[in-house]
Design a protein around this ligand. Structure first.
Ligand code: HEC
Ligand SMILES: [Cu+2]
Length: 330
């Protein structure tokens, strides 16, 4: 009884998660994911039909219970067994062929016009770069990836430490990020939306809090976003923000974080140049609000125990101004 309860709870949860449409293999947003979804349904319905057929034959055999131990009956039985084995082998070969064809179509090269995005896995966050022709225009951000609809996207995946796996179910299958080696994933987004992703290879303590968000938007919105990301950090507008920047620059923050145009050049942690343009912090663990920012800066270890950012003890007004400054980094 308890087990049934737990089972239906899990089923309900999966159903609800699927329905939200942001984290589902059955609601494809790319050409590639659509192929995978089709393959899924081909397998599902073929196996379902085969299962029903098998059970029917079994039920008939059990209900008859006739003994016909004649040589002729023996021969008929061997023929039926051979035919059944032939049919199941044939079906398995069809499934194999369908999955080979899908896999093959999904690794086609992207072409020269594809948008290149580098994704580097770190314990426990994602570094995201949009390389430009001149390195002064390179964009670096974290945990949130913007892509345009209607253009091929090629992700170049690598790792800064251990093996991670990039998985955004609505976009494509999983792809491992392997230290010392580049892998890539190509997809063509066909639908606008916000899609959730998750590291899919156990990579240590905070693996479960290594999420990401993908924003698929119109080419116009995407270009506007990229343009803003290319700019240097905005100058503090008021006294509080200016003081907040001083707090930042005189704290250990600069050892790890970069603020382009803000005088911080650390390379161990998410780039904060346009932190306020992101909707989440700490790898999609918390919404990006003043309260969560203050909580994170003060005590990141209680939010993601074991993560690589140490706690900071700051006077109340220093913390307030620091958060105002971080919030101004649009
Ligand atoms: C020893 C290196 C280190 C220091 C010092 C450090 N951080 Fe961090 N910080 C990190 C790492 C690593 C992360 C990513 C943690 C994660 O998500 O697992 C991070 C994440 C953040 C984030 C969230 C960024 C995002 O987009 O998810 C903010 C905001 C932040 N740090 C602000 C600060 C501030 C402000 C200071 C100084 C008071 C500071 N950090 C000091 C390493 C550091
Ligand atoms: Cu992981």
């Amino acid at each position: 009884m308890r087990r049934t309860g737990r089972g239906s709870c899990a089923a309900l949860f999966l159903f609800a998660a699927g329905c939200r449409g942001v984290y589902s293999t059955l609601d494809p947003a790319t050409r590639e994911a659509a192929r995978i979804t089709t393959l899924h349904w081909v397998m599902y319905w073929m196996c379902a039909a085969f299962f029903v057929a098998m059970m029917t034959v079994l039920a008939v055999a059990v209900s008859r219970q006739r003994r016909s131990e004649t040589p002729e009956g023996d021969r008929r039985r061997s023929v039926s067994v051979a035919v059944a084995a032939g049919i199941s082998t044939g079906l398995l070969l069809v499934l194999l062929a369908a999955s080979v064809v899908t896999g093959h179509a999904n690794v086609a090269p992207a072409g020269a016009k594809a948008l290149e995005i580098e994704v580097i896995g770190h314990q426990w966050w994602w570094e995201v770069r949009y390389p430009a022709r001149s390195s002064a225009h390179d964009v670096t951000t974290a945990n949130e990836i913007h892509v345009p609809v209607g253009r091929a996207v090629r992700l170049q995946l690598s790792s800064g430490d251990v093996i991670h796996s990039f998985w955004v179910p609505n976009l494509h299958g999983k792809k491992d990020l392997i230290p010392g080696r580049r892998t890539s994933q190509v997809f063509h987004v066909e639908k606008e939306g916000t899609f959730r992703g998750q590291c899919a290879e156990f990579c240590g303590y905070q693996h479960a809090h290594m999420g990401l968000v993908v924003f698929a938007e119109s080419p116009r919105l995407f270009e506007a976003w990229l343009d803003r990301q290319r700019r240097l950090a905005s100058e503090p507008a008021g006294g509080a923000e200016r003081h907040g920047r001083e707090v930042f620059l005189s704290s250990p923050c600069v050892l790890c974080h970069t603020i382009r145009g803000g005088g911080a050049f650390g390379h161990k942690a998410p780039d904060l140049t346009h932190l306020a343009s992101r909707t989440t912090i700490a790898s999609a663990t918390l919404p990006n609000t003043p309260g969560h920012l203050a909580g994170w800066v003060t005590d990141p270890q209680s939010i993601k125990p074991g993560n690589r950012m140490p706690p900071n003890i700051l006077a109340a007004n220093d913390l307030d101004d620091l958060v105002s400054y971080l919030r101004s980094l649009r």
